[in-house]
Structures are given as C-alpha cells and as structure tokens.
Design a protein around this ligand. Structure first.
Ligand code: FAD
Ligand code: SF4
Ligand code: SF4
Length: 479
C-alpha cells in the first residue's frame, strides 16, 4: 500500500507543460498527462485532512481525499467511481476549473508546501476511466413515462439531463446552436479544452437515450408555451450572452469586436466550419496589433487566441492591477509566457481611426476608496493618457442575460436585479409552475463547475416535483 502524507519530501508536480514557443503555434491543450507512477506519487502527497478544505471549497463537494487515497493505492476504477459520484464531467473540471481559487487554493498543505495537484489528478483518473471503458452512459434502472424538456445544452443543462435520465425520465434537450456544449464548445478555446472531450460526453449522453434537438432556438423556432405542453417539466439553462459594451468614443469603428464573436469564430475555424467573418480577416488577428480590454477569463482566452493566430503584438488593458483582476492568476502566467503584454491600471479613453480603428488612447488609473462591495474603485489619473497601436480591439467586459420574459413571450418570469432569472431558492422553480432554471442564467456569468452543481441540484428538485405530479395524477385517476 502506498503511504500518504508524502508532501514533506515530494514536491508538487504538474503534467508536462508544452514550451511557449510550441504552444504559440497551435491550439492543442498545453498540458500533457501524468503517467501512472506520477499520478500515484502526486496523489500520495495528500495529508488526508480531517476537515478537507479542498472539498469544502469545491462547488461540487467532491470527495477529494478519498479519490486521492484510492489513486495513491492504484485503485483507479474505485477512484473514478468516487470522482464521478458527485461530478457529471470530471474530465472537464479537471482541465478548466480555476483550481487556484477553488480546491487547490484551499488545500492546507498549500501553506508552505504547494497544494496537491487535484485538478490534474481528477483529469488523469477520468481519462484512464474512458480509456479502460469504465465510463458508462446514464442507465436508468426503470423507465418513467414523464418527459422533461431542457433548454440549453451547456454544462448546467447537460448535468441536469444526465441526472434526470439516470432516474428514468424521457429527456429532451433543445439548443439553438448546432453542437452540444454551450460555452464549452463556442467560448472556451481548444488550448484549455479540446472539443473532442465535449463531443465524447455528448455521445455518451445520446447513447443513454437523451434526445438532442439542435438548431432549435426557443422563442423563435418553438415557443416556451409549446414546450410546456410537450413536457411535464422544463429547465431553462440558457446562459448569459449579452456582451457588455465599451462606452468610450470610437467604439463604432471597424475592427472593434465583442469577445464572444471573436472566440466563437476561432473555435468554429478550429472545428473546420466555414466562417466568412474569419476568412474576410475581420475576426482574424494574424499580423495585427491587438488590444484586448478586460481582466477576466474571457480576456485571457482572447489574448492567447490572438497569439496563436499570429498577431504582431497582443496587449491586455485592465483598469485594476494584477492582484485585483477577476481572471485566474494561472491563466495570466500562461499568457505572459506566450508573449502577451499586460498593461495594468489602464483603461481606454477613446478609440481612434478613420472607418477602422488604428489606435487606442488610454489613461492610467489608480485604485481609490472601496465601494460597498469592498472593491477599490479605479479612477483615471488626470493627464496620464498614452496611445497604443491597434488594428483589432476586442472588448471582454463581461456578459449580461438576455431579456428572457420578452424572448420567451412569458412576462410571468421574474427577473432579479441584474436581469438574471429569479427562482425559489429551495425548489429552484421560476414563477411559472413546472419551469425550473439553473446555471449562468440564474447566477450571472460564473464557472462551469457551478453550472454542473446547479444542474444537478435542479434535477433533484425536478424529480421531486415530477413525483408529486405523478402521485397527484394517480390519486385523481382513482377517484
Ligand atoms: P452555457 O454554457 O452558456 O450554455 C447555454 C446554452 O443555452 C448554449 O448552448 C446556448 O446556445 C443555449 N441557448 C441560449 N439561449 C437559447 C434559446 N433561446 N434556445 C435554445 N438554446 C439556447 N468557466 C470555467 O469554469 N473555466 C473556464 O476556464 C472558463 N472559461 C470561460 C471562457 C469564456 C470565453 C467564457 C465566455 C466563459 C468561460 N467560463 C469558464 C464560464 C463558463 O463557460 C460558464 O459559466 C458555463 O458555461 C455556464 O454554463 P450554462 O450551462 O449555464 O450556460
Ligand atoms: Fe477542484 Fe473543480 Fe475538481 Fe472541484 S470540480 S475538485 S474545484 S477541479
Ligand atoms: Fe489532501 Fe489538501 Fe485536501 Fe487536505 S486539503 S485532504 S491535503 S488535498
């Protein structure tokens, strides 16, 4: 049996990371994989804490110490089963969770010894399970006649679909896109998550009997009212897609584009689709001076995509400093290694050019007093402006929800302060009977792992609702 608590003598290691010069040339994932001996050794660094803060800070409450112990002992099938018991997509979370802010950032040995490589081990366990054929489609022990409709095939919708199918419901997923995965496919770039990983999950769900209705925009191709007639319960998991816009003069110039349009074009190109806006050059960074405005994960994905497309220079303009940026520090490090220049404490004042953008005039910022939320408010420093060359400006300032009550013709749907859908916190139901909601559309732009958590929780609540509905129907039939 492998000993645990090896962190005092064994240093943290990650799977091999490809050198930046190589990474810049393609869109392949940047990390390789552990070999069995490395995975076993790295898992053995865990100290099996009595109160595992890693688990407390994993949104899924994953039983991390158990699957680390099983990996350290070479019991990989059991490790996979423990990992899959609480996570509908461990292979995806292992790759793209911001572990430095979640499980690993809270690992107690982080204080002085560097955390256990939890994400990389989760990925290793699940990839081994796929290779060994241990990953099975959802298999209900009995079929139920009730059907559910899920609007949105992103992480929240897929996690709910999987859980409801396991319980035997007839599950139909509707999505306006032509592929399953939501932002996993059209937002997050290949170098973080290769698309065959998402396609493999999709295939598994389909084998389990989940029906996908793609190229179907709810509110345009089919109404919410029609879906309510077709199904016994509905889940809205449509994400947030309304890009926040820059407000400075010049935003209407050519070659000033929203981040998601840029990333979607790049992802579609990698998938081999015809992308006229990319082929025309409008959404291609090749040979250009690129300025990305924003400091979140979306901005990091844009700068690193532009590097891979062969931009002449890529700069990221962020109004706060490095310490106060919302994006993952690990992503910033990757971007810097790949040649991105960060211009901290700076914001655009105006975009300059005739017809198309040629320069960004920016001003320096300083962090003033904290707002009600405790964050220092950035303020421009008078007379501090400077110019940056720019023939592609990408705005990555975050996303707001679409107006779903209007889009779905359902004014009864209630919205919260930020335009997200309001649900009953306990039942996860919206103001419409039998219509539930989960993921970014409820939470606002968040993380894949929270989408999975919400989707699984919503499935549990929908199951309760459907059971009660079935029981009421059988009482009515008996009377
Ligand atoms: P989505 O993934 O947005 O899926 C919603 C689905 O609903 C989509 O497929 C959409 O087509 C469909 N839909 C919308 N409206 C309709 C309609 N009317 N009819 C039919 N279908 C509809 N999170 C991380 O954890 N790690 C990361 O590294 C990371 N990187 C990111 C990078 C980018 C560029 C972006 C934009 C986000 C990133 N995120 C990351 C956040 C993460 O992708 C989201 O939090 C997560 O995908 C939300 O899941 P969801 O299921 O709620 O919504
Ligand atoms: Fe960490 Fe994410 Fe895996 Fe949870 S799901 S253990 S936060 S990588
Ligand atoms: Fe192991 Fe770190 Fe979790 Fe403790 S906090 S159980 S050491 S992974």
């Amino acid at each position: 049996m492998t000993r645990l608590l090896q962190f005092t003598s064994l240093a943290k290691a990650m799977p091999e990371k490809r050198p930046p010069t190589e990474r810049r040339r393609d869109f392949g994932e940047i990390y390789g994989e552990f070999d069995p001996a490395q995975a076993q050794q790295q898992a053995s660094r865990c100290s099996q804490c009595g109160i595992p803060y890693c688990q407390v800070h994993c949104p899924l409450g994953n039983n991390i110490p158990d699957w680390l112990m099983l990996t350290a002992e070479g019991r990989l099938q059991e490790a996979y089963e423990a990992a899959a018991a609480t996570n509908s997509m461990p292979e995806i979370c292992g790759r793209i969770c911001p572990q430095d802010r979640l499980c690993e950032g809270n690992c107690v040995i982080e204080k002085g010894f560097a955390s256990v490589s939890i994400g990389a081990i989760e990925k290793y366990i699940t990839e081994t399970a796929f290779a060994q054929g241990w990953v099975a489609p959802p298999q209900p022990s009995r079929e139920r006649p009730q059907s559910v409709g899920i609007i949105g095939a992103g992480p929240a919708g897929l996690a709910a679909a999987e859980q409801l199918r396991r319980r035997g419901y007839q599950v139909h997923v509707y999505d306006r896109y032509d592929r399953v995965g939501g932002l996993l496919v059209y937002g997050i770039p290949n170098f973080k998550l290769e698309k065959q990983v998402v396609a493999r999950r999709h295939a598994l769900l389909e084998q389990g009997g989940i029906r996908f209705h793609l190229n179907t925009a709810v509110g345009a191709d089919v109404s919410l009212a029609e879906l309510r007639r077709r199904h016994d319960a509905l889940l809205i998991a449509t994400g947030v897609y309304q890009a926040r816009e820059m407000t400075c003069p010049g935003v209407g110039l050519g070659n000033v584009v929203p981040a998601l349009a840029y990333l979607t074009a790049a992802n579609r190109k990698e998938l081999g689709d015809a992308v006229p806006d990319f082929d025309s050059g409008a959404l291609d960074a090749r040979g250009k001076d690129v300025v990305v405005v924003g400091g979140g994960d979306t901005a990091m994905d844009c700068v690193r995509t532009a590097i891979r497309q062969g931009a002449r220079a890529v700069r990221c303009l962020y109004r706060r400093d490095r310490k106060n940026m919302p994006g993952s520090q690990r992503e910033v490090q990757h971007a810097e290694e790949e040649g991105v220049e960060f211009v901290w404490l700076a914001a655009p004042e105006a975009l300059l050019g005739e017809g198309v953008v040629r320069q960004v005039r920016a001003h320096r910022m300083h962090l003033g007093i904290a707002d009600a939320g405790g964050r220092q408010v950035p303020q421009p420093l008078p007379g501090s402006h400077f110019e940056l060359p720019a023939d592609l400006v990408i705005a990555a300032l975050g996303f707001d929800p679409e107006d779903l009550p209007r889009l779905f013709g359902a004014p009864e749907l209630k919205l919260g302060r930020w335009g997200t859908l309001e649900i009953d916190q306990r039942s996860m139901m919206t103001a419409l009977d039998g219509v539930f909601a989960a993921g970014d559309i409820v939470r606002g732009a968040s993380l894949v792992v929270w989408g999975i958590r919400d989707g699984r929780d919503a499935a549990e609540q929908m199951h309760r609702y459907l059971q009660a509905k079935a029981a009421a129907a059988s009482v009515a039939a008996a009377e």
